[in-house]
Design a binder for this molecule. Structure first.
Ligand code: ADP
Ligand code: MG
Length: 621
């Protein structure tokens, strides 16, 4: 029997490869753009006609190619990016298979012009279906311009298979965005049928996102930042309440390359599950930087899927980083997160930064539209419900002295009036004689604060207990409070009875921010603790809470939720000897006065004593 096996001619092998790599015009766009980025370009233009069916041209100002390289670049397995197997594991560049250009050349007509900086002349190359038609020296700017014409001209079945123009264009836009977003240092332009689709100037990552998705995004981005030995995560999640019903704003970039990862996507949805409205998908633009040897990019021909060596750890870090970012944002929702000033957005207030341990906002409802910046510009600004209740409580405290209440009112108005644009307007005459807000800590136990009529002494741990009690109660009744994810989940173990009790309390615990799940016989795994008690030992905390809870339930006959909120508040409140900074004390006082009942601890014991000046004066008579 004669031998039957033959080597395929290169042109056919290339066409087969092309079937894998080039599915549609957008695939060409992706490959050309990635090559331009790899060539170190700082300026890239994409010109497309008829959704890529007639023309896709990418012009870059990158390193360019020599005459030989230009020719070589179209050969199969021709790449400047790997020399040996080891290189495969240390690649920082986008492409490395060395088959993109060869594949494209086998199914289209290519015009390539390239010049290396310093060379007088460049090279021009015309190739059709893998055959070189022309190669000659030419004048050309620095860098490379590659035009791909009449894609699939020799594969009619493929050409017929292409979708409507609008669909193909949508795919091209997707690919353009995926390259443009992680490369804000590159100026990028895209025109389709002579209409400008994108014109992106160089800038920060945030500016790039905003230029791609629109100015409204500037207010929606919550920064994420986390660095461990394994990975650096930076970028933004979209405020959960702004999450969309349709998918499409989910971007992971690993070493500046767009990837798809349902697994890592889950880390984000899980982190935000209580905050994102039903059926909506959280948006994010996250850059993950890892050692290239730590990932295997080669598992998919179009390289949008990658494999991490230690995916589970990355999942955990990503989830906790997201939680942390949102938690930080939730406790200080009015804070301005270093918004870009390059845009003409209204000036945002720059308030003092609250201290996370005590700056809680029980009124915060993540699903409620935030007061938008345009209403802030109308003076006088309305007080938020919390500020109003704050003010009312202060007023109540000074009920007997209306003139003090008045002064306080003036103080509140001037203090909450943080917008610099408003500062000069007539409506906000600040009282020059307003007392400075100072507070002192006494024996690590009491807070002394000056008020106009004298001073108040506040029992610090009872005050905190009151704040937490009301926060937890609100969490149990309406929305849950954020929890602080632990980097290393901990297993806790109880007696059979206590384990049954924990099981019964699981929903309450979770709502209050204890991320706990059953884990085998009498054990549970704790992945997060309430924001207010992040550094506590979960076992000790839960044992304490159970004990308190049983006590409140049996002896005091309190309803279940109250008993629980009370026990948790008692166990997570700051203890005596907890040192507080002045701004922490002031934040604590403000939170206390935002409570429904700031005067007594959940146990009924007093929190505040007032000493008026005349009381004091009497002592010195
Ligand atoms: P890969 O990018 O995987 O190496 P390609 O087929 O995409 O394979 O490109 C082959 C080679 O051609 C690249 O390795 C690079 O050396 C060269 N090349 C392609 N595009 C450009 C460009 N825009 N500027 C400079 N060199 C390029
Ligand atoms: Mg490439």
């Amino acid at each position: 029997m004669p031998d039957v096996i033959q080597l395929l001619p290169d042109s056919i092998a290339n066409q087969i490869a092309a079937g894998e790599v080039i599915q549609r015009p957008a695939s060409v766009v992706k490959e050309l753009l990635e090559n331009a980025v790899d060539a170190g370009a700082t300026d890239i233009q994409l010109v497309v006609k008829d959704a890529g069916k007639t023309l896709i041209r990418v012009i870059d100002n990158g390193c360019g190619m020599s005459e030989t390289d230009a020719r070589m670049s179209l050969e199969r397995h021709a790449t400047s990016k790997i020399r040996n197997v080891d290189d495969l594991f240390h690649l920082h560049t986008m492409g490395f298979r060395g088959e993109a250009l060869a594949s494209i050349a086998s199914i289209a007509q290519i015009e390539l012009k390239s010049r290396i900086k310093g060379n007088g002349l460049g090279t021009q190359l015309i190739v059709e279906g893998s055959e070189v038609r022309q190669q000659e020296p030419c004048t050309s700017p620095n860098g490379t311009s590659i035009a791909v014409k009449n894609l699939f001209f020799n594969v009619p079945a493929r050409r017929k298979f292409l979708k409507r123009e609008s669909v193909e264009l949508r795919h091209i836009i997707d690919e353009f965005e995926r390259v443009a977003i992680p490369h804000p240092e590159i100026r990028m332009e895209f025109t389709h049928n002579d209409n400008e689709v994108f014109h992106l100037e160089k800038g920060s990552f945030r500016q790039r996102i905003v230029s791609v998705f629109g100015k409204r995004y500037n207010e929606k981005l919550v920064p994420v930042d986390e660095e461990t030995d394994l990975i650096r995560i930076s970028g933004f999640v979209v405020k959960p309440e702004a999450a969309k019903k349709t998918r499409g704003e989910q971007f992971f970039f690993v070493n500046d390359r767009f990837i798809k990862s349902p697994y890592l996507h889950h880390a984000i949805t899980d982190a935000l599950k209580e905050l994102v409205p039903d059926k909506a998908h959280p948006g994010y633009f996250l850059r993950l930087e890892v050692e290239p040897s730590f990932i295997d990019v080669n598992i998919h021909p179009t390289k949008t899927e990658i494999k991490f060596e230690d995916e589970r750890t990355i999942y955990a870090i990503l989830r906790s980083a997201t939680r942390k970012a949102i938690g930080k944002f939730n406790v200080t929702p009015s804070l301005d997160f270093e918004q870009e000033t390059g845009f003409d957005t209204p000036v945002q207030p720059q308030g003092p930064i609250g201290i996370p341990q005590v700056t809680i906002n029980p009124e915060y409802n993540p699903f409620q539209e935030e007061e938008n910046s345009s209403t802030r510009n109308q003076a006088p600004r309305q007080l938020t419900p919390q500020e109003r209740s704050n003010q009312e409580n202060w007023e109540k405290l000074y009920e007997t002295q209306p003139e003090i209440a008045q002064t306080l009112q003036a103080r509140f108005e001037s203090e909450t009036d943080e917008n610099p644009e408003e500062a000069g307007t007539e409506s906000t005459e600040a009282e020059p004689s307003t007392p400075a807000r100072v507070a002192f800590q006494l024996h690590g136990k009491y807070i002394l604060a000056q008020i106009k009529s004298g001073m108040v002494v506040i029992h610090q741990s009872r005050a905190h207990e009151r704040i937490l009690y009301e926060t937890y109660l609100a969490a149990l009744e309406s929305h849950s409070t954020p929890s602080q994810q632990q980097l290393f989940p901990q297993t806790v173990k109880f007696s059979a009875q206590d384990a049954a009790l924990v099981n019964e309390l699981l929903p309450e615990l979770q709502r209050a921010g204890v991320d706990i799940n059953e884990f085998g016989q009498h054990s549970f795994v704790v992945q997060g603790l309430p924001m207010y008690a992040p550094n506590t030992d979960p076992q000790a905390l839960l044992e304490g809470v159970l004990e308190q809870y049983k006590n409140s339930l049996q002896e005091l006959q309190l309803p279940k939720q109250e008993a629980f909120a009370r026990s948790l508040a008692r166990k997570t409140a700051i203890k005596p000897d907890h040192r507080l900074q002045s701004d922490e004390m002031i934040a604590l006082i403000d939170e206390l006065f935002a409570c429904k009942n700031p005067y007594t601890a959940p146990s009924g014991k007093p929190i505040i004593h007032t000493f008026t000046l005349s009381d004091l004066d009497k002592q010195f008579e």
